[in-house]
Design a protein around this ligand. Structure first.
Ligand code: NAP
Length: 296
């Protein structure tokens, strides 16, 4: 099978560190990466091993995971465990939750496994949509719930959630996919709010179109997209990790000016203070609202 790295983008080892260099890097604990058998997840595995993490790689495709693990162990001397699991299968998902709950060596969770769709609602199979929600939303939520209490108890840990630019651009692609990624963004913002004071970092990554098999699986091969809007998976992950290093809560690899996101987020926060009121807004012309009647 052609490896994703040669099919899409640069070879994963290009410009990387040699075995000698990485083996001397102090370990940073273990990173558990879901969807590590291809695309963005496989690049995370490569980059995190080179940064000194031991790895637990999760996906369904056993052979791909094994080949990646062999290469990374060889290149980096890090320990790489693989768990073949279908995160849409309750028993498999529970196994990964148990790993997260019981392995105190895990310091980083990368919630990356996900699928997309490009079809409009009227052309989409609701069963496929439900499957997508269970993976993109359900599994990600359960794995977050499994990891976070241990991170809090140990006073540290990082959760990286791979959302998508469609989280804030739901008119692009399939609406259920956009909705699932909006959930990932909202959950990440809320978790960051709740857990930052407890030593836990949460980052949401919002990639734009990235050259992976995602597009083939979603029914629109990436070659159909204008090349100027498609990023190599290596660049997406390197930018996401740079964003993490810079302390970003939300990283949008393609967005040229971070101030644009900051303004968007600030507008949302300002509006948040006005979103709950005893009295309906005047434009709805509700005469004698209940609240004014009850206080007069
Ligand atoms: P990809 O190459 O298709 O990778 C998806 C990964 O998820 C694979 O490792 C796949 O492995 C795994 N996976 C799929 N279903 C699974 C299941 N039921 N149980 C366990 N693992 C499963 O696509 P990608 O682009 O790297 O996608 C990674 C993440 O990036 C997704 O969350 C996607 O929504 C997000 N994203 C992608 C793009 C893009 O343009 N590519 C843009 C924005 C966001 P197995 O098949 O071996 O299980």
């Amino acid at each position: 099978m052609a490896s994703l790295d040669s099919q899409y983008g640069r070879p994963m080892v290009a410009g990387g560190l040699g075995r000698q260099d990485v083996s001397t890097i102090e370990t940073k604990g273990t990173a558990l990466i879901t969807g590590a058998s291809s695309g963005i997840g496989a690049i995370y595995a490569d980059r995190l091993a080179k940064r000194g993490y031991d790895l637990i790689l999760v996906a369904r495709n056993k052979n791909r995971l094994a080949a990646l693990a062999r290469r990374l162990e060889n290149d980096t001397s890090r320990s790489v465990e693989t768990i073949s699991a279908d995160l849409n299968n309750k028993t498999d998902l529970a196994r990964i939750e148990t790993t997260l709950r019981t392995n105190p060596g895990i310091t980083l969770l990368v919630n990356n496994a996900g699928v997309g769709a490009t079809t409009p609602l009227l052309d989409s199979d609701v069963e496929k949509m439900d499957e997508m929600i269970r993976l993109n939303v359900g599994a990600l939520t359960r794995l977050t719930y499994a990891a976070a209490p241990g991170f809090v108890a140990r006073g540290g840990g990082t959760i990286v959630n791979i959302a998508s630019s469609v989280a804030i651009s739901p008119e692009t692609l399939n609406g259920v996919y956009g909705g699932s990624k909006a959930f990932v963004l909202a959950l990440s913002l809320s978790l960051n709010h709740e857990l930052a004071g407890k030593g836990v970092r949460v980052q949401a990554v919002l990639p734009g179109a990235t050259a992976t098999e995602f597009w083939d699986i979603a029914g629109l091969p990436v070659r159909n997209l204008p090349t100027e809007i498609v990023m190599a998976a290596e660049d997406t992950v390197d930018a996401a990790l740079a964003g993490l290093d810079q302390g970003e809560t939300v990283t949008i690899p393609s967005l040229p000016d971070k101030a644009e996101w900051d303004r968007f987020d600030a507008a949302r926060r300002t509006m948040s203070a006005k979103l709950s009121s005893a009295v309906p807004a005047r434009r709805y012309n509700i005469e004698n609202p209940q609240f004014s009647r009850s206080v007069t």
